[in-house]
Design a protein. Sequence first.
Length: 424
Amino acid sequence: MNQLAATTINPIISTLPINLSEAFFDEDFCGLEDRSLLDVPVIRYTFWVLYIIVFVGCLFGNLFTILVLCTHPSMRTPTNFFLANLAGADLLVALFCILQNMIHIVGHENGNWFFGAAFCKAYLYVLHMVPCTSVGILMCVSIEKYIAVLHPLVALKTLTKRLRTMLAIGVWTISLIANFPFLKTAQLYTFDSKSFACGRDHEYSLELLVVVSFVLWYVIPVLTLAFIYTRIGLVLWKSGEGISNRASTESQTSGNGGPGSSWYMSNGRVIVYQQNSLLQVPDNDQRRATEKRREVRESRRKVIRLLFAIVLSFAVFTLPHHFRLLHSTFSKSHTCLWHWSHLFQPLSYLSLFFSSTINPILYAFLSKRFRAAAQDFLHCRRCPIWCFMSTVASRTQSTDGRYYDGRYFALQRQVGIARGVGRC
């Protein structure tokens, strides 16, 4: 391993792209090649485009998610409370990591760090802290859904607003404390008056920290999330099959109305009736009940697909970052700057940043309720926040639009419910 002293002035050093999350510089110069593969214009410009796309999606996607979740009344649910925290953590990635990482790796031939020592510490700290915060919030959402689906009565008693707030504060606190070593070891290297690099102090052994971080913040959460969502998926799927079987039973047992026929009620009881009995249910009601059960079954299957996407996206897009950290920490081999494997560093960062960019799509835009709230938000995009405040119109059954206190409401058929769509 080649270790370069910060006080050494060498023309080769200025052309060396620094490995941002390592405290040492272990690239093999492979015959003193003075150029990196990242200095090839086509490759560099391609990475510029990818970084900018990820940055724009991460910044505006998570900012839009936060605005919708916090301003629209229908979005103020327990699950969306955690998702707003998740979007806030991902927003930090856009503000502190993506463009800085791009400039440091592919934005300049020398790979220099132009943002100073303080921003160097903030960059490395946020880079490692946000994935921990994200997985902590995902664990909270998963546990909440697990209890709500498998133990609904327990959820009513235990999943209070106070508990959710304490869980969110706990996740942020643990993430801040657990990643403090990355803040402490972050260091700005100065090679000459124009060459700087942001890395970690190689005097501190980080092998144990990298392994513990990988196990605690990736292996255990992924296995736990897989178990939780598998259990939820099995329960929802079996419930859907039960509804299908029950609908089939109703069709077979209640269609004739002859002697000995029966009706399978929703509470599980069977009512036996004779021919021409008053208990016979009309065919129209039966068809509506069957259609309702079919809709419930289909919606539950959509939930299963969404839950699978949540686990898969986190596992896939954060794995390259952990793998690169483990490889760069324990590998004794050298990588040529002009070799294709040298591109794995920026690609692993892009994958990590994309996991923050795709979250608004997976956790928000796949929700019909969020899409409706987003449409309301865009409709009132020039209005103040109070434009989204709604009022419950009590004891009203009208379905046409009316004005209440200067705001327009589309009244639903249910008694006492109104959804404010704003009057801007």
